[in-house]
Design a binder for this molecule. Structure first.
Ligand code: TRP
Length: 331
């Protein structure tokens, strides 16, 4: 096996504006990995259209997401940053892998069950085969490790099953990837409903990366806590307070115990203000850098074209091997 850095692949859908959850749960960890690993980070627009998107909004979010990846510290030279639809190998391999995936397996996916309830009037084949496209994303790049949130673990496991099955028939074609679920900040909960993941579908409890400081401060001031008065990290019994503490810890690098000690004897108001401030301090330079990047479209276009070119070099090799193994006539 060739001697290379381990490869990481991950992606985020441009179906909503990036949130504090996407930053702390994903992008912040990605930028910490760029030295040690060879990283491929994708803006998964093909996945986004599994539910209906407004074309203008989709386009804006795709570009904004790229700018935000960079503003969060992902270096477009060190990492491969690209837009999924620019690399047609994803859709091609997805078709092929779909022929090695069982209907029953896809029917069991938790996210499919949830989303088909949410979009009951538009349960498309694309929504159903979403995990197959995700498997194609991962397998095209001989990925070793896939950093994802807990909610995507089942999809990575399905990807492994598909890869193992394919390899079982055709020999060692795909590298079998491992999911990687970061501990701290992996699950940022909503500020209004700390029992649910922070989500754009509950915008009042959701902090967006591009929110202005006063909006962020207000959202934290209105964060739901509980009726006793103790600042203690206890996600089970005190989800709201614990969520505030874990956001604080994810940003400052402190442990929950250190944070508890720091806030001991103080009121919830103080905690909310302090966490709000530290989030504002973290996000302000990111927002400013994003705005700067967005002002130079041509530069961003150059970055995503370069990313797609580099991605395609890897993806087309993998797809070529797959075609050979399947017995497709050489092109
Ligand atoms: N399904 C992932 C999500 O919604 C996004 C995604 C698509 C992804 N392809 C991927 C994540 C490949 C990791 C690897 O969060």
């Amino acid at each position: 096996m060739e001697n290379r850095k381990k490869r990481i692949f991950s992606g985020i859908q441009p179906s909503g504006d990036l949130t504090l959850g996407s930053y702390l749960g994903a992008i912040k960890n990605w930028s910490a990995m760029q030295e040690e690993f060879e990283c491929v980070y994708c803006i998964v627009d093909l996945h986004a259209i599994t539910v209906r998107q407004d074309p203008e909004v989709l386009k804006r979010r795709t570009i904004e997401q790229l700018a935000q990846y960079i503003a969060c510290g992902l270096d477009p030279e060190k990492n491969i940053l690209f837009i999924q639809s620019h690399v047609p190998e994803h859709a091609e391999l997805s078709w092929i892998l779909g022929c090695y995936t069982q209907f029953g397996e896809l029917s069991r996916m938790t996210q499919f069950k949830q989303k088909s309830q949410q979009h009951a009037d538009n349960i498309t084949a694309g929504l159903f085969t979403y995990p197959v496209l995700m498997a194609a994303d991962i397998l095209l790049y001989n990925t070793d490790c896939v950093p994802v949130g807990e909610d995507q673990k089942q999809h990575v496991e399905l990807c492994r099953d598909i890869a193992v099955r394919f390899n079982g028939i055709y020999g060692d074609v795909f590298r079998i990837p491992e999911p990687f679920i970061p501990k701290m900040g992996a699950r940022v909960m909503g500020l209004k409903n700390p029992l649910n993941k922070m989500s754009k579908s509950e915008p009042e409890g959701c902090v967006f990366l591009l929110d202005p400081p006063e909006v962020i401060a207000k959202k934290f001031k209105r964060a739901v806590t509980d009726s006793d008065m103790e600042i203690r990290f206890d996600p089970e019994n005190k989800p709201g307070v614990s969520n505030l503490l874990s956001i604080y810890c994810a940003i400052t690098g402190k442990t929950p115990q250190e944070a508890e000690a720091e806030f001991a004897g103080q009121g919830y108001g103080t905690l909310k203000t302090a966490v709000g401030e530290c989030v504002v301090n973290k996000l302000t330079p990111i927002r400013e850098e994003t705005e700067k990047l967005l002002a130079d479209r041509a530069h961003l276009e150059e970055i995503y074209r370069m990313g797609a070119k580099r991605a395609r070099e890897i993806a087309s090799e993998t797809l070529k091997t797959v075609h050979e193994k399947l017995g497709f006539a050489a092109r």
